[in-house]
Design a protein around this ligand. Structure first.
Ligand SMILES: NC(=O)c1ccc[n+]([C@@H]2O[C@H](COP(=O)([O-])OP(=O)(O)OC[C@H]3O[C@@H](n4cnc5c(N)ncnc54)[C@H](OP(=O)(O)O)[C@@H]3O)[C@@H](O)[C@H]2O)c1
Length: 357
């Protein structure tokens, strides 16, 4: 996998020059579903200047999140795609270099929806001051961003995991699942993770809250799952979609909850899966077992739950109760490759780009 194309450059000497800025722009739509490095190019230009009431930011960490796919596709249900030639943007952590905005001062750390660039001049409307400290700044995008917040909502707010219950979580290698597992464990639940491959992360599954960790590609997947859930399943957190739900369905207990928070297999599939349509089977289970199926999109809950979540998550991480696993890719120019990595099933943890490396 190569880095994205660079234009206008003699890059080696420019990289360290303080007056140069690099931006990653969308150059073409994905030719085959997943955005590859070729979809982007690096534009080099003079460093931007902050105008009246603005501040100048240095991006430090870019967060790779699945919803970014919606920005590069031609059509998306999740948001307005970028036009070709526009600068890619997403959740990022940055430092204020200088500020003419009274709400921010040089040295402040901020988090916000920011362009993928070395430097950003902004009025600050899309950024908030990061007033908390975590052992590693790299953990912030995953722990306090979409993945951590959605994990919290899925386990504590929408799914309401309880002591003694069995919680099954799809896409167990993902950053979101790893945080959700630890939260469910804290609640006193038995936690079973289902991944699309072997456990990839250097941190053992048990340390991430999983009592059992099952590869859905295994020939004995259904048997392993049944054996891992001897008292059935009370809460299923769906992050991936596809065949896994078929195997979880018969194990769901009466009045179990199914929180649908992600369908990653669908985002990268060329079309609907072949074979019989299982919708009626699913709906029959919903009726017979009085299941509660709950759709979850994090931004519905920001006003009501984000501050309580942030306070709790920062305390848990600083007390060593929740571990956040980052999958670090160095260099702004490698952000497109990092985005691609996130849609490959051998990824693990929350993918972040060290923009200033
Ligand atoms: N509803 C919301 O508000 C909300 C917010 C944030 C995220 N989400 C969803 O939560 C899920 C996880 O998000 P995240 O931010 O934690 O993502 P992430 O860390 O980037 O997820 C990477 C994981 O996705 C799985 N994966 C990669 N390619 C795949 C493919 N082609 N087919 C199936 N699985 C694939 C792999 O896990 P395995 O090997 O374990 O399968 C990989 O480790 C996504 O579905 C995302 O859309 C929802």
């Amino acid at each position: 996998m190569g880095v994205c194309q660079e234009v206008n450059i003699n890059f080696t000497w420019m990289k360290n020059m303080n007056d140069v800025n690099r931006r990653i722009v969308l150059d073409e739509r994905p030719r085959y579903i997943i955005p590859t490095a070729n979809c982007f190019r690096v534009v080099t230009e003079p460093k931007p200047r902050a105008g009246k009431g603005e501040m100048l930011l240095r991006n430090l960490w870019l967060s790779m999140d699945p919803y970014l796919l919606s920005k590069v596709k031609r059509f998306s249900q999740q948001g307005e795609p970028l036009a070709l030639g526009e600068t890619m943007n997403g959740l990022a952590v940055a430092q204020v270099l200088s500020s003419d905005n009274p709400d921010f001062a040089a040295g402040d750390m901020v988090m916000g929806l920011l362009p993928w660039a070395d430097y950003v001049a902004t009025d600050g409307r899309r950024a908030v001051k990061l007033k908390v400290q975590l052992p590693r700044l790299a953990s912030v995008p995953g722990a306090l961003g979409y993945a951590g917040f959605t994990a919290y909502l899925a386990v504590m707010v929408t799914g309401k995991a309880q002591q003694g219950e069995t919680v099954v979580i799809g896409s167990a290698n993902s950053g979101l699942a790893q945080i959700a597992a630890q939260l469910a464990k804290r609640q006193g639940a038995r936690v079973v993770g289902i991944s699309l491959g072997e456990h990839q992360c250097s941190v053992p599954p048990a340390q991430l809250g999983f009592d059992a960790y099952i590869d859905s590609r295994s020939e004995t997947f259904a048997e392993q799952l049944r054996a891992s859930c001897p008292r059935g399943v009370d809460l299923y957190i769906e992050l991936v979609g596809g065949d896994v739900l078929d195997k979880v369905l018969p194990l769901l207990n009466l009045r179990a909850r199914v929180v649908v928070a992600g369908l990653k297999a669908l985002y990268t599939a060329p079309g609907l899966p072949e074979g019989p349509d299982r919708t009626m089977l699913f709906l029959n289970e919903v009726m017979v077992k009085r299941l509660q199926v709950l759709g979850l999109v994090n931004f519905d809950h920001v006003k009501e739950h984000y501050s309580e979540f942030k306070k709790a998550m920062v305390a848990w991480i600083n007390a060593g109760e929740i571990q956040v696993v980052e999958n670090v890719v160095d260099g702004l120019e490698n952000a497109p490759r990092a985005l691609q990595t996130m849609f490959e099933s051998n990824a693990y943890g929350h993918v972040v780009v060290r923009a200033d490396a």
